[in-house]
Design a protein around this ligand. Sequence first.
Ligand SMILES: [Mg+2]
Length: 180
Amino acid sequence: MFDTIFLDRDGTINDVGYGYINGLSDFHFYDYAFEALDILKGHAKNFIIVTNQSGLSTGRVSIDPLNEIHQFVTEEFEKRDLPLRKIYFADDYNEGFNAIRKPGIGMFLQAKEDFNVDLKNSVMIGDSIVDVQAGERAEMKTIFLLSGYGKSHLEDVKKECKPNLIANDLLHAAKEIELI
Ligand SMILES: [Mg+2]
């Protein structure tokens, strides 16, 4: 049983769509998302979503629609008794090791402080190389997904990272998480 499963947002639980997601009408959960989350719920005490939304700093994403989307996501998790503790987002382009933006580990350190998360007994799941890099930096287990932008990151991930699992999508990850 893991402490926390950290989930990236775009390309992990919802479709990446076409460019920036800046409104509820652009936001679509993958059709398998809740089947996957229901399985994953059996493997961890908590879910936390960690999402880079640097479009906030350039005006491509606005805070009100972002909050509206996250309210919607929170309610959809609640409806299904999925223990989502919080959605953290990074609103800038800062890079450093401890930056909020992934591959910085700022959101993970904040979650550790807020919810006493045992990072070493937690997993990061996402479709970008930065998800795997952040997970590795925070000494977590990592699962890299080929959904979303995953396929375009695959070669670099193989070169630069050692994910514990590479899965087609969140549903495959859920079915294989006991192997990691
Ligand atoms: Mg993503």
